[in-house]
Write a protein that binds this ligand. Structure first.
Ligand code: ARG
Length: 459
């Protein structure tokens, strides 16, 4: 493509070192879409006669079909997808193909292709996030009455509904969906026309190109436009955070399926056995999701590191943006799909979760609250219940079996009804504040999510 200035062929090693077509070939539909719009602008500017414009359209569509049919021959010596397509086009239609790159550089071309690619993929991922949210809400519905200990420091804290625990993940994923949508606003800006870095002396109608490609805005600074990869960094960050959330869910699931917890059962379809230990049923999906989160973080770091030392404007380093982007997108799509399927078939062992909430210490805070309602300052109440806990541990007598007189030796403020408080369902019903896990609240939240998530799912 640049043979004019060179005497010697490029080294074979350089070709292999610098090619990107082995991975950027997947930008082909966007490259073609962008070239079709660019050809419209060249036609409108009188650079391309109508016949040549039509030939370009025909040629590009043929190339797209060949790529889709698997008959297109990608050439490493043509470096990237952009030059592969341009060269094939010129071979097909001659002079007209050679006019297509007028007032365009691969620098603004690649920026356009990646923006089109990201816009599409982010939209798909937003839908997949929603499908996982839906699977969580459905599981919450199936087990609406299941109680479970809530943990801090992985120590039993207070009772909650299992559904409340799952809906916490629905909240996280909702923020992720919001972030993806926000980021899409900044992806959705049209860079073509920025040229190599300084626009072009041949002035095309950029607004026309933007309209054809459904971009609401065009970039306003050609130097920024060819070197800006913020939108990729943002996308990688958001996907890394989706990964964080999936990884936390995975860790919960790994714990829940262990014999020690035994809170949930995964379908045989979503677990694996051991080649050695016949009894094993391993939560590999959860473990792999947790593991793959590492590469999502790595991809973000990789791009940020690539960007940090670059002088203006385009530098070849920027070609290193694509593999991390593609990898994060492929990884998160797979993780979202498979987790939605797994959660869709997950069952809660409600007898086991209820047995775990039989731990009387889960209601220690409720006893302290009882004293507060009798007028005892909370700090004192906290200390009284702390001493009662020590007493219970020392004597082996549970809160339920400690007689009222003994309670009153610890504090005369204990009311007659203290034993009635020591019931998980009573304790849950009492937690009626906004955002707390009373059964009424959780049912209302399930309904709210049902309304938020359902409509877009029905085709
Ligand atoms: N393959 C290049 C990339 O992905 C395309 C742009 C090349 N531009 C250049 N001036 N060499 O970034």
């Amino acid at each position: 493509m640049w043979k004019g200035r060179f005497d010697t062929e490029t080294s074979g090693l350089l070709q292999r070192f610098s090619e990107s077509v082995s991975f950027d070939w997947r930008l082909y539909p966007y490259d073609i879409q962008g070239s079709l719009a660019h050809a419209e602008a060249l036609l409108a500017a009188g650079i391309l006669p109508a016949e040549e414009h039509a030939e370009i359209g025909r040629g590009l569509r043929e190339i797209q079909q060949e790529i889709e049919a698997g008959t297109f021959e990608f050439r490493e010596d043509l470096e990237d997808i952009h030059m592969n397509i341009e060269s094939a086009l010129t071979q097909k239609i001659g002079a007209a193909g050679a006019r297509l790159h007028t007032a365009r550089s691969r620098n603004d071309q690649v920026a356009l292709d990646v923006r089109l690619f990201c816009r599409h993929e982010v939209t798909v991922i937003m839908e997949l996030v929603k499908e996982l949210q839906w699977a969580l809400v459905e599981c919450a519905k199936r087990h609406e009455g299941a109680v479970i200990p809530g943990y801090t420091h992985l120590q039993r804290g207070q009772p909650v509904l299992f559904a409340h625990h799952l809906l916490a993940y629905v909240e996280m994923l909702e923020r992720d969906r919001g972030r993806l949508g926000d980021g899409r606003e900044r992806i959705n800006v049209m860079p073509l026309g920025s040229g190599a870095l300084a626009g072009s002396t041949i002035v095309l109608d950029r607004e026309l190109v933007a309209r054809l490609l459904e971009f609401p805005r065009v970039t306003r600074n050609s130097m920024d436009a060819v070197s800006d990869r913020d939108f990729i960094a943002e996308t990688l960050f958001t996907l890394a955070l989706v990964g964080t959330h999936l990884s936390r869910l995975s860790e919960d699931i790994v714990l829940w399926v262990s014999a020690e917890f035994g809170f949930v059962e995964l379908s045989d379809a979503h677990t694996t056995g051991s080649s050695l230990m016949p009894q094993k049923k391993n939560p590999d999906i959860a473990e792999l999701t947790r593991g793959k989160t590492g590469r999502l973080y790595g991809n973000l770091m990789s791009l940020l590191t690539t960007l940090k030392g670059l002088p203006m404007t385009y530098n070849r380093d920027l070609q290193e943006d694509k593999e991390p982007l593609f990898d994060s997108i492929d990884t998160i799509k797979m993780c979202l799909r498979i987790n939605a399927e797994m959660i869709g078939a997950m069952k809660v062992r409600e007898d086991r979760t209820r047995a775990a909430t039989g731990d009387p210490f889960l209601l220690a805070t409720d006893l302290a609250d009882h004293l507060v309602l009798q007028g005892v300052p909370f700090r004192q109440a906290h200390e009284v219940i702390g001493r009662l806990t020590a007493h219970s541990l020392k004597t082996g007598v549970s809160f339920q079996d400690i007689p009222l007189e003994t309670y009153r030796e610890f504090s005369p403020a204990f009311g007659d009804s203290v034993h009635d408080l020591l019931d998980v369902d009573t304790a849950l019903r009492a937690r009626g504040g906004i955002g707390a896990p009373s059964p009424d609240n959780v049912r209302a939240e399930i309904e709210r999510w049902d309304e938020t998530l359902r409509p877009a799912l029905t085709p």
